[in-house]
Design a protein around this ligand. Structure first.
Ligand code: FRU
Length: 537
Protein backbone atom coordinates (compact mmCIF):
# COMPACT_ATOMS: atom_id res chain seq x y z
CA UNK A 1 0.00 0.00 0.00
CA UNK A 2 1.37 3.37 -0.92
CA UNK A 3 0.37 6.63 0.78
CA UNK A 4 -2.19 8.99 -0.71
CA UNK A 5 0.59 11.59 -1.16
CA UNK A 6 2.70 9.20 -3.23
CA UNK A 7 -0.32 8.03 -5.22
CA UNK A 8 -1.24 11.67 -5.93
CA UNK A 9 2.32 12.52 -7.05
CA UNK A 10 2.36 9.51 -9.37
CA UNK A 11 -1.02 10.32 -10.85
CA UNK A 12 0.07 13.94 -11.37
CA UNK A 13 3.46 13.17 -12.89
CA UNK A 14 1.96 10.62 -15.28
CA UNK A 15 -0.73 13.00 -16.49
CA UNK A 16 1.36 16.16 -16.68
CA UNK A 17 4.57 14.69 -18.06
CA UNK A 18 2.60 13.45 -21.08
CA UNK A 19 2.24 17.12 -22.05
CA UNK A 20 6.01 17.76 -22.02
CA UNK A 21 7.50 17.51 -25.52
CA UNK A 22 10.97 16.14 -26.25
CA UNK A 23 11.92 19.65 -27.47
CA UNK A 24 11.50 20.98 -23.92
CA UNK A 25 14.16 18.62 -22.59
CA UNK A 26 17.90 18.49 -22.97
CA UNK A 27 18.86 15.61 -25.29
CA UNK A 28 21.34 13.68 -23.13
CA UNK A 29 21.13 15.26 -19.69
CA UNK A 30 18.59 14.02 -17.17
CA UNK A 31 15.78 16.50 -16.46
CA UNK A 32 12.83 15.92 -14.09
CA UNK A 33 9.92 13.86 -15.33
CA UNK A 34 7.84 16.95 -14.56
CA UNK A 35 8.38 20.07 -12.44
CA UNK A 36 11.58 20.70 -10.54
CA UNK A 37 14.76 18.68 -9.87
CA UNK A 38 17.72 19.35 -7.59
CA UNK A 39 20.34 17.08 -6.00
CA UNK A 40 21.14 13.61 -7.33
CA UNK A 41 20.26 10.99 -4.69
CA UNK A 42 20.77 7.26 -4.26
CA UNK A 43 23.07 7.07 -7.30
CA UNK A 44 23.86 3.35 -7.52
CA UNK A 45 23.99 0.20 -9.63
CA UNK A 46 21.72 -2.69 -8.75
CA UNK A 47 19.43 -5.17 -10.42
CA UNK A 48 21.54 -4.86 -13.59
CA UNK A 49 20.92 -1.12 -14.04
CA UNK A 50 22.15 2.27 -12.92
CA UNK A 51 19.65 3.99 -10.67
CA UNK A 52 19.46 7.68 -10.07
CA UNK A 53 16.98 9.27 -7.70
CA UNK A 54 16.64 13.01 -7.47
CA UNK A 55 15.26 15.76 -5.27
CA UNK A 56 11.95 16.39 -6.95
CA UNK A 57 9.00 18.76 -6.75
CA UNK A 58 6.58 17.48 -9.36
CA UNK A 59 3.91 20.14 -8.80
CA UNK A 60 5.81 23.19 -10.07
CA UNK A 61 9.06 24.19 -11.72
CA UNK A 62 10.24 25.64 -8.38
CA UNK A 63 11.66 24.02 -5.26
CA UNK A 64 8.90 22.75 -2.94
CA UNK A 65 8.14 19.82 -0.61
CA UNK A 66 10.72 17.28 -1.68
CA UNK A 67 9.84 13.91 -3.22
CA UNK A 68 12.34 11.45 -4.66
CA UNK A 69 12.11 11.09 -8.43
CA UNK A 70 13.62 7.99 -10.00
CA UNK A 71 15.26 7.10 -13.32
CA UNK A 72 17.17 4.05 -14.54
CA UNK A 73 19.77 3.57 -17.24
CA UNK A 74 21.81 0.83 -18.89
CA UNK A 75 24.64 3.14 -19.88
CA UNK A 76 24.49 6.35 -17.79
CA UNK A 77 23.46 8.36 -20.86
CA UNK A 78 19.94 7.37 -21.85
CA UNK A 79 17.64 7.49 -18.82
CA UNK A 80 14.23 5.92 -18.51
CA UNK A 81 11.83 7.44 -16.03
CA UNK A 82 10.35 5.42 -13.21
CA UNK A 83 7.46 6.61 -11.09
CA UNK A 84 8.28 8.76 -8.03
CA UNK A 85 9.92 6.60 -5.36
CA UNK A 86 9.03 8.56 -2.22
CA UNK A 87 6.73 11.40 -1.17
CA UNK A 88 6.77 13.49 2.02
CA UNK A 89 3.99 11.59 3.75
CA UNK A 90 4.87 10.81 7.39
CA UNK A 91 5.09 12.76 10.63
CA UNK A 92 8.90 12.70 10.42
CA UNK A 93 9.34 13.62 6.72
CA UNK A 94 6.07 15.36 5.82
CA UNK A 95 7.86 18.64 5.05
CA UNK A 96 10.30 16.95 2.67
CA UNK A 97 12.33 13.84 1.90
CA UNK A 98 15.72 15.51 1.59
CA UNK A 99 18.89 14.16 0.01
CA UNK A 100 20.46 10.81 0.71
CA UNK A 101 22.19 7.81 -0.77
CA UNK A 102 21.70 4.09 -1.47
CA UNK A 103 23.36 0.77 -0.84
CA UNK A 104 22.60 -2.87 -1.67
CA UNK A 105 22.29 -5.08 1.41
CA UNK A 106 23.64 -8.64 1.53
CA UNK A 107 20.09 -10.01 1.13
CA UNK A 108 19.76 -8.13 -2.18
CA UNK A 109 17.39 -5.43 -0.98
CA UNK A 110 18.22 -1.84 -1.80
CA UNK A 111 18.41 0.51 1.17
CA UNK A 112 17.91 4.27 0.90
CA UNK A 113 19.12 6.54 3.71
CA UNK A 114 17.74 10.08 3.55
CA UNK A 115 16.85 13.12 5.61
CA UNK A 116 13.33 13.71 6.82
CA UNK A 117 12.03 17.21 7.55
CA UNK A 118 9.50 17.19 10.36
CA UNK A 119 6.55 19.50 9.56
CA UNK A 120 5.51 19.91 13.21
CA UNK A 121 8.88 20.74 14.72
CA UNK A 122 10.11 24.11 13.58
CA UNK A 123 12.54 26.47 15.22
CA UNK A 124 11.75 30.21 15.55
CA UNK A 125 13.39 30.80 12.15
CA UNK A 126 11.00 28.36 10.51
CA UNK A 127 13.59 25.63 9.96
CA UNK A 128 12.35 22.05 10.21
CA UNK A 129 13.84 19.55 12.59
CA UNK A 130 15.87 17.17 10.45
CA UNK A 131 16.37 13.47 11.16
CA UNK A 132 17.82 10.54 9.23
CA UNK A 133 15.50 7.88 7.86
CA UNK A 134 15.59 4.60 5.98
CA UNK A 135 13.48 3.14 3.16
CA UNK A 136 14.08 -0.34 1.76
CA UNK A 137 12.96 -2.07 -1.41
CA UNK A 138 10.22 -4.56 -0.67
CA UNK A 139 11.89 -7.35 -2.63
CA UNK A 140 15.52 -8.22 -3.21
CA UNK A 141 16.82 -7.27 -6.64
CA UNK A 142 18.45 -9.78 -8.94
CA UNK A 143 21.25 -9.10 -11.37
CA UNK A 144 19.02 -9.56 -14.38
CA UNK A 145 16.79 -6.81 -13.02
CA UNK A 146 13.81 -9.15 -12.72
CA UNK A 147 12.68 -7.80 -9.36
CA UNK A 148 13.17 -4.17 -10.24
CA UNK A 149 9.80 -3.66 -11.84
CA UNK A 150 7.53 -0.86 -10.72
CA UNK A 151 5.91 -3.02 -8.06
CA UNK A 152 9.10 -3.17 -6.03
CA UNK A 153 8.24 -0.30 -3.72
CA UNK A 154 10.57 1.46 -1.31
CA UNK A 155 9.00 1.01 2.11
CA UNK A 156 9.82 3.45 4.87
CA UNK A 157 11.24 1.64 7.88
CA UNK A 158 8.91 1.42 10.88
CA UNK A 159 11.79 2.36 13.18
CA UNK A 160 12.26 5.78 11.54
CA UNK A 161 13.84 8.13 12.31
CA UNK A 162 17.07 6.22 12.88
CA UNK A 163 19.13 9.26 13.89
CA UNK A 164 17.89 12.43 15.56
CA UNK A 165 19.31 15.53 17.24
CA UNK A 166 20.03 13.31 20.27
CA UNK A 167 22.70 11.60 18.17
CA UNK A 168 24.60 14.81 17.46
CA UNK A 169 27.80 15.86 19.21
CA UNK A 170 27.60 18.77 21.60
CA UNK A 171 26.63 22.01 19.85
CA UNK A 172 25.23 20.16 16.84
CA UNK A 173 22.22 21.93 15.35
CA UNK A 174 19.28 19.48 14.85
CA UNK A 175 17.76 21.84 12.27
CA UNK A 176 20.82 21.62 10.01
CA UNK A 177 21.49 17.87 9.98
CA UNK A 178 21.21 16.20 6.59
CA UNK A 179 22.37 14.38 3.48
CA UNK A 180 23.68 10.96 4.67
CA UNK A 181 26.26 9.30 2.43
CA UNK A 182 26.34 5.57 3.17
CA UNK A 183 28.91 2.84 2.48
CA UNK A 184 29.82 -0.63 3.70
CA UNK A 185 33.13 -1.44 5.29
CA UNK A 186 35.24 -4.56 4.69
CA UNK A 187 33.78 -6.22 7.79
CA UNK A 188 30.26 -5.81 6.39
CA UNK A 189 29.09 -3.07 8.74
CA UNK A 190 27.84 0.30 7.56
CA UNK A 191 29.07 3.86 7.87
CA UNK A 192 27.46 7.14 6.95
CA UNK A 193 28.71 10.69 7.01
CA UNK A 194 26.15 13.39 7.57
CA UNK A 195 26.37 17.16 7.30
CA UNK A 196 25.71 19.23 10.39
CA UNK A 197 26.10 22.85 11.48
CA UNK A 198 27.62 23.41 14.88
CA UNK A 199 26.16 26.23 16.94
CA UNK A 200 29.62 26.86 18.31
CA UNK A 201 30.89 29.64 16.05
CA UNK A 202 34.46 28.42 16.18
CA UNK A 203 33.46 25.15 14.55
CA UNK A 204 30.87 26.33 12.03
CA UNK A 205 30.35 23.14 10.08
CA UNK A 206 31.04 19.49 10.76
CA UNK A 207 30.70 16.18 9.00
CA UNK A 208 29.66 13.50 11.48
CA UNK A 209 30.45 9.82 11.11
CA UNK A 210 27.91 7.19 12.18
CA UNK A 211 28.11 3.39 12.18
CA UNK A 212 25.63 0.56 12.03
CA UNK A 213 25.88 -3.25 12.07
CA UNK A 214 22.87 -3.75 9.77
CA UNK A 215 21.86 -0.42 8.14
CA UNK A 216 19.01 0.15 10.61
CA UNK A 217 20.53 0.66 14.08
CA UNK A 218 22.87 3.64 13.98
CA UNK A 219 25.17 5.30 16.48
CA UNK A 220 27.35 8.39 16.48
CA UNK A 221 31.08 7.60 16.14
CA UNK A 222 32.83 10.92 15.82
CA UNK A 223 33.20 14.19 13.98
CA UNK A 224 35.15 13.12 10.92
CA UNK A 225 35.87 16.61 9.65
CA UNK A 226 35.19 20.11 10.88
CA UNK A 227 35.80 23.43 9.28
CA UNK A 228 36.73 25.98 11.87
CA UNK A 229 37.91 28.48 9.31
CA UNK A 230 34.58 30.01 8.43
CA UNK A 231 34.70 29.40 4.74
CA UNK A 232 31.02 28.67 4.55
CA UNK A 233 27.89 27.61 6.35
CA UNK A 234 26.75 24.00 6.13
CA UNK A 235 28.86 21.66 4.03
CA UNK A 236 25.94 19.93 2.37
CA UNK A 237 25.89 16.60 0.54
CA UNK A 238 29.19 15.01 1.62
CA UNK A 239 30.77 12.10 -0.34
CA UNK A 240 33.60 10.00 1.06
CA UNK A 241 35.34 7.40 -1.08
CA UNK A 242 38.74 6.19 -2.24
CA UNK A 243 40.53 6.38 -5.57
CA UNK A 244 43.69 4.30 -5.81
CA UNK A 245 45.21 4.55 -2.34
CA UNK A 246 43.84 8.00 -1.58
CA UNK A 247 40.70 9.07 0.23
CA UNK A 248 38.54 11.85 -1.24
CA UNK A 249 36.08 14.02 0.63
CA UNK A 250 33.68 16.07 -1.50
CA UNK A 251 31.14 18.47 0.01
CA UNK A 252 29.04 21.45 -1.02
CA UNK A 253 29.62 24.42 1.32
CA UNK A 254 26.85 27.01 1.29
CA UNK A 255 27.67 30.72 1.20
CA UNK A 256 31.43 30.50 1.03
CA UNK A 257 33.16 33.74 1.88
CA UNK A 258 36.72 32.91 0.94
CA UNK A 259 38.76 34.85 -1.50
CA UNK A 260 41.54 33.25 -3.42
CA UNK A 261 44.93 34.77 -2.67
CA UNK A 262 44.98 36.10 -6.22
CA UNK A 263 41.56 37.63 -6.29
CA UNK A 264 38.65 35.31 -5.76
CA UNK A 265 38.89 33.17 -8.86
CA UNK A 266 39.27 29.79 -7.23
CA UNK A 267 36.23 29.89 -4.97
CA UNK A 268 33.77 32.65 -5.76
CA UNK A 269 31.55 33.96 -2.98
CA UNK A 270 28.46 31.79 -2.68
CA UNK A 271 27.74 28.09 -3.03
CA UNK A 272 30.63 25.91 -4.09
CA UNK A 273 31.61 22.29 -4.27
CA UNK A 274 35.05 21.44 -2.98
CA UNK A 275 37.14 18.35 -2.45
CA UNK A 276 40.10 17.26 -0.39
CA UNK A 277 42.54 14.46 -1.08
CA UNK A 278 44.02 12.67 1.89
CA UNK A 279 44.54 9.48 3.82
CA UNK A 280 41.98 7.56 5.79
CA UNK A 281 42.93 5.39 8.71
CA UNK A 282 39.95 3.06 8.72
CA UNK A 283 40.67 1.45 12.08
CA UNK A 284 40.96 4.79 13.86
CA UNK A 285 38.46 6.51 11.55
CA UNK A 286 40.77 9.46 11.00
CA UNK A 287 40.83 11.43 7.77
CA UNK A 288 43.94 13.53 7.12
CA UNK A 289 43.75 15.89 4.15
CA UNK A 290 47.03 16.45 2.31
CA UNK A 291 48.61 19.82 1.82
CA UNK A 292 51.57 20.47 -0.43
CA UNK A 293 54.62 22.15 1.08
CA UNK A 294 53.80 25.31 -0.88
CA UNK A 295 50.28 25.26 0.47
CA UNK A 296 51.46 24.85 4.03
CA UNK A 297 53.50 28.00 3.71
CA UNK A 298 50.71 30.01 2.16
CA UNK A 299 49.25 32.25 4.83
CA UNK A 300 47.12 34.15 2.37
CA UNK A 301 45.09 31.17 1.25
CA UNK A 302 42.96 29.92 4.13
CA UNK A 303 41.63 27.00 2.14
CA UNK A 304 44.84 25.56 0.78
CA UNK A 305 43.71 21.95 0.91
CA UNK A 306 40.23 22.62 -0.51
CA UNK A 307 39.98 22.34 -4.28
CA UNK A 308 37.03 23.29 -6.45
CA UNK A 309 35.25 20.40 -8.19
CA UNK A 310 33.67 22.48 -10.95
CA UNK A 311 34.54 26.13 -11.54
CA UNK A 312 31.58 27.10 -13.73
CA UNK A 313 28.37 28.86 -12.81
CA UNK A 314 26.05 25.91 -12.34
CA UNK A 315 27.16 22.90 -10.36
CA UNK A 316 26.17 21.68 -6.92
CA UNK A 317 25.56 18.71 -4.62
CA UNK A 318 27.24 16.00 -6.72
CA UNK A 319 27.05 12.34 -5.80
CA UNK A 320 29.67 9.66 -6.48
CA UNK A 321 29.01 5.93 -7.03
CA UNK A 322 31.06 2.92 -8.08
CA UNK A 323 30.23 1.28 -11.41
CA UNK A 324 30.42 -2.54 -11.73
CA UNK A 325 33.78 -2.15 -13.53
CA UNK A 326 35.20 -0.19 -10.59
CA UNK A 327 35.03 3.30 -12.09
CA UNK A 328 34.10 6.10 -9.71
CA UNK A 329 31.33 8.05 -11.40
CA UNK A 330 30.11 11.47 -10.29
CA UNK A 331 26.93 13.25 -11.31
CA UNK A 332 25.97 16.75 -10.16
CA UNK A 333 23.00 19.07 -10.17
CA UNK A 334 23.76 21.51 -13.00
CA UNK A 335 22.36 24.60 -11.32
CA UNK A 336 23.54 27.27 -8.92
CA UNK A 337 21.16 26.72 -5.99
CA UNK A 338 20.91 30.42 -5.21
CA UNK A 339 19.62 31.12 -8.72
CA UNK A 340 17.51 28.08 -9.38
CA UNK A 341 14.21 29.70 -8.42
CA UNK A 342 14.53 33.02 -10.25
CA UNK A 343 12.40 32.07 -13.25
CA UNK A 344 8.71 32.97 -13.53
CA UNK A 345 5.89 30.82 -12.22
CA UNK A 346 4.67 29.50 -15.58
CA UNK A 347 7.80 29.89 -17.64
CA UNK A 348 8.76 26.22 -17.70
CA UNK A 349 7.03 22.89 -17.15
CA UNK A 350 10.32 21.26 -16.25
CA UNK A 351 13.32 23.00 -14.74
CA UNK A 352 16.90 21.98 -13.88
CA UNK A 353 19.02 19.10 -15.10
CA UNK A 354 21.89 16.89 -14.05
CA UNK A 355 25.40 17.05 -15.49
CA UNK A 356 26.64 14.26 -17.67
CA UNK A 357 28.02 11.53 -15.39
CA UNK A 358 31.79 11.94 -15.12
CA UNK A 359 34.55 9.38 -14.58
CA UNK A 360 36.84 10.42 -11.76
CA UNK A 361 40.53 9.58 -11.58
CA UNK A 362 43.43 11.10 -9.65
CA UNK A 363 46.59 12.66 -11.06
CA UNK A 364 49.13 14.40 -8.86
CA UNK A 365 46.61 14.50 -6.02
CA UNK A 366 44.02 16.28 -8.16
CA UNK A 367 40.72 15.00 -9.49
CA UNK A 368 40.53 14.49 -13.23
CA UNK A 369 37.02 14.43 -14.65
CA UNK A 370 35.95 13.04 -18.00
CA UNK A 371 32.48 12.50 -19.43
CA UNK A 372 31.60 8.81 -19.15
CA UNK A 373 32.98 6.92 -22.14
CA UNK A 374 29.49 5.56 -22.88
CA UNK A 375 28.63 8.97 -24.34
CA UNK A 376 30.79 8.15 -27.35
CA UNK A 377 28.26 5.54 -28.51
CA UNK A 378 25.88 8.42 -29.13
CA UNK A 379 28.25 10.27 -31.46
CA UNK A 380 27.23 10.76 -35.03
CA UNK A 381 28.46 12.87 -37.91
CA UNK A 382 32.06 13.52 -36.99
CA UNK A 383 33.72 16.66 -38.37
CA UNK A 384 37.48 17.00 -38.04
CA UNK A 385 39.39 20.10 -39.08
CA UNK A 386 43.05 20.83 -38.49
CA UNK A 387 44.97 24.12 -38.36
CA UNK A 388 42.07 26.54 -38.61
CA UNK A 389 43.37 30.08 -38.23
CA UNK A 390 41.54 32.68 -36.21
CA UNK A 391 42.06 36.43 -36.15
CA UNK A 392 40.23 39.67 -35.28
CA UNK A 393 37.34 38.96 -37.68
CA UNK A 394 34.79 36.72 -36.09
CA UNK A 395 34.46 33.54 -38.10
CA UNK A 396 32.31 30.48 -38.16
CA UNK A 397 33.23 27.09 -39.57
CA UNK A 398 30.74 25.76 -42.04
CA UNK A 399 30.24 22.30 -40.59
CA UNK A 400 30.27 23.35 -36.94
CA UNK A 401 27.01 24.70 -35.57
CA UNK A 402 24.11 23.47 -33.48
CA UNK A 403 23.00 23.14 -29.86
CA UNK A 404 23.79 19.50 -29.18
CA UNK A 405 27.44 18.74 -29.85
CA UNK A 406 30.50 17.17 -28.31
CA UNK A 407 33.43 19.36 -29.44
CA UNK A 408 37.13 18.79 -28.89
CA UNK A 409 39.21 21.83 -29.50
CA UNK A 410 42.96 22.35 -29.32
CA UNK A 411 43.96 25.96 -29.32
CA UNK A 412 47.57 27.03 -29.86
CA UNK A 413 49.51 30.09 -30.88
CA UNK A 414 50.46 30.38 -34.56
CA UNK A 415 53.87 28.97 -35.47
CA UNK A 416 54.53 27.47 -32.08
CA UNK A 417 54.36 23.93 -30.90
CA UNK A 418 51.91 22.98 -28.21
CA UNK A 419 54.66 22.46 -25.65
CA UNK A 420 56.48 25.72 -26.36
CA UNK A 421 56.76 27.50 -23.00
CA UNK A 422 57.75 30.82 -24.55
CA UNK A 423 56.17 33.89 -22.96
CA UNK A 424 55.65 35.44 -26.37
CA UNK A 425 52.27 34.45 -27.70
CA UNK A 426 50.94 35.15 -31.18
CA UNK A 427 47.51 36.10 -29.78
CA UNK A 428 46.44 38.13 -26.79
CA UNK A 429 42.90 36.82 -26.44
CA UNK A 430 40.68 34.12 -27.90
CA UNK A 431 36.91 33.91 -27.90
CA UNK A 432 34.45 31.20 -28.79
CA UNK A 433 30.74 31.99 -28.89
CA UNK A 434 28.08 29.33 -28.93
CA UNK A 435 24.28 29.20 -28.76
CA UNK A 436 24.65 32.45 -30.68
CA UNK A 437 22.53 34.61 -32.98
CA UNK A 438 22.84 38.34 -33.70
CA UNK A 439 21.79 39.31 -30.17
CA UNK A 440 22.57 36.34 -27.95
CA UNK A 441 25.43 34.07 -27.12
CA UNK A 442 27.33 32.36 -24.37
CA UNK A 443 31.02 33.18 -24.66
CA UNK A 444 34.23 31.51 -23.60
CA UNK A 445 37.24 33.85 -23.48
CA UNK A 446 40.86 32.91 -22.97
CA UNK A 447 43.66 35.28 -21.98
CA UNK A 448 46.92 33.41 -22.68
CA UNK A 449 49.15 35.94 -20.92
CA UNK A 450 47.42 35.47 -17.59
CA UNK A 451 46.15 31.94 -18.34
CA UNK A 452 42.64 33.05 -17.41
CA UNK A 453 39.60 31.34 -18.87
CA UNK A 454 36.27 33.16 -18.53
CA UNK A 455 32.75 31.99 -19.17
CA UNK A 456 30.42 34.90 -19.93
CA UNK A 457 26.68 34.46 -20.25
CA UNK A 458 25.73 38.12 -19.97
CA UNK A 459 24.01 37.94 -23.37
CA UNK A 460 22.34 34.61 -22.91
CA UNK A 461 18.82 35.45 -21.81
CA UNK A 462 19.50 35.10 -18.09
CA UNK A 463 17.48 36.85 -15.46
CA UNK A 464 19.34 40.03 -14.45
CA UNK A 465 19.89 38.87 -10.90
CA UNK A 466 21.94 35.90 -12.05
CA UNK A 467 25.69 35.73 -11.96
CA UNK A 468 26.89 36.42 -15.45
CA UNK A 469 30.57 35.64 -15.55
CA UNK A 470 33.20 33.51 -13.94
CA UNK A 471 36.96 33.28 -14.49
CA UNK A 472 39.50 30.68 -13.51
CA UNK A 473 43.23 30.35 -13.80
CA UNK A 474 44.21 27.35 -15.90
CA UNK A 475 47.58 25.63 -16.24
CA UNK A 476 50.04 27.79 -18.15
CA UNK A 477 50.88 26.04 -21.40
CA UNK A 478 52.48 28.71 -23.56
CA UNK A 479 49.17 29.81 -25.08
CA UNK A 480 47.94 26.27 -25.74
CA UNK A 481 44.67 25.04 -24.32
CA UNK A 482 42.66 21.83 -24.78
CA UNK A 483 38.92 21.97 -24.35
CA UNK A 484 36.18 19.41 -24.60
CA UNK A 485 32.84 21.11 -24.71
CA UNK A 486 29.57 19.27 -24.27
CA UNK A 487 26.69 21.35 -25.54
CA UNK A 488 23.13 20.23 -24.89
CA UNK A 489 20.50 22.81 -25.85
CA UNK A 490 20.72 25.03 -22.74
CA UNK A 491 23.99 24.02 -21.16
CA UNK A 492 27.70 23.63 -21.69
CA UNK A 493 30.13 21.47 -19.73
CA UNK A 494 33.68 22.51 -20.47
CA UNK A 495 36.47 20.04 -19.63
CA UNK A 496 39.80 21.86 -19.61
CA UNK A 497 43.22 20.34 -20.39
CA UNK A 498 42.10 16.72 -20.26
CA UNK A 499 39.62 17.24 -17.43
CA UNK A 500 41.93 18.82 -14.82
CA UNK A 501 39.35 21.58 -14.44
CA UNK A 502 35.69 21.78 -15.45
CA UNK A 503 33.23 24.64 -15.91
CA UNK A 504 29.50 23.96 -16.21
CA UNK A 505 27.03 26.63 -17.23
CA UNK A 506 23.38 26.92 -18.24
CA UNK A 507 21.94 29.59 -20.53
CA UNK A 508 18.64 30.47 -22.11
CA UNK A 509 19.29 31.89 -25.55
CA UNK A 510 16.49 31.11 -28.05
CA UNK A 511 16.88 27.52 -29.22
CA UNK A 512 17.25 28.71 -32.82
CA UNK A 513 20.48 30.52 -31.82
CA UNK A 514 22.78 27.76 -33.02
CA UNK A 515 25.81 29.58 -34.34
CA UNK A 516 29.32 28.87 -33.12
CA UNK A 517 31.98 31.48 -33.87
CA UNK A 518 35.66 32.07 -33.14
CA UNK A 519 37.86 35.12 -33.01
CA UNK A 520 41.21 36.15 -31.57
CA UNK A 521 43.25 39.28 -31.07
CA UNK A 522 46.31 38.27 -33.03
CA UNK A 523 46.61 34.95 -34.77
CA UNK A 524 45.71 31.64 -33.14
CA UNK A 525 45.33 28.14 -34.54
CA UNK A 526 42.67 25.54 -33.81
CA UNK A 527 42.30 21.82 -34.37
CA UNK A 528 38.66 20.88 -33.96
CA UNK A 529 36.82 17.64 -33.86
CA UNK A 530 33.08 17.73 -33.36
CA UNK A 531 30.31 15.15 -33.07
CA UNK A 532 26.60 15.50 -33.00
CA UNK A 533 24.95 13.61 -30.18
CA UNK A 534 21.87 11.71 -31.22
CA UNK A 535 19.19 10.91 -28.67
CA UNK A 536 18.40 7.62 -30.34
CA UNK A 537 21.85 6.14 -30.99
C1 FRU B 1 21.39 20.78 -1.42
C2 FRU B 1 20.24 20.61 -0.46
C3 FRU B 1 20.48 19.50 0.53
C4 FRU B 1 19.10 19.09 0.92
C5 FRU B 1 18.34 19.25 -0.37
C6 FRU B 1 16.93 19.71 -0.23
O1 FRU B 1 21.00 21.37 -2.62
O2 FRU B 1 19.97 21.83 0.20
O3 FRU B 1 21.28 19.88 1.64
O4 FRU B 1 19.04 17.79 1.40
O5 FRU B 1 19.06 20.21 -1.14
O6 FRU B 1 16.27 19.71 -1.46
Amino acid sequence: MISKELAAAREYEKRKSAEVTEEERPVYHLSPLIGWLNDPNGFSYYGGKYHLFYQYHPYSSHWGPMHWGHAVSDDLVRWEYRQAAMAPDTDYDGAGCFSGSAITMPDGRQLLMYTGCDPENLDPDGRWRQTQCIAVSEKPVTDDGAEMDETNEFIKYEGNPVLTGADLPSGGDPYEFRDPYIWRTKDGSYRSIIANANRDESKATQLCLYSSPDGFEWKFDKVLFEDSRHVGLMWECPNFFSIDDRQILIASPMDMEVEDAEGSIRFPKGNNVCYMVGDYDEAEEVFTPHQSAAQEKSEKDPVASYHPVDCGLDFYAPQVMTAPDGRRIMIGWMQDPSMGNLHGEDEFRIFCQMTVPRELTLRNERLIQRPVRELESYWSGRVRLASIETGPDERSIEEIYGRTLDIELELRPAEQTAEDESEECSYSSFSMKFAADDEHCCELIYDPQRSILTIDRSRSGQNDEMTKRRSIRVRRRGGSLDLRILLDRWSAEIFINGGEQVMSVTYYTPIEADRITFRSEGKAVLDISSHKIAADA
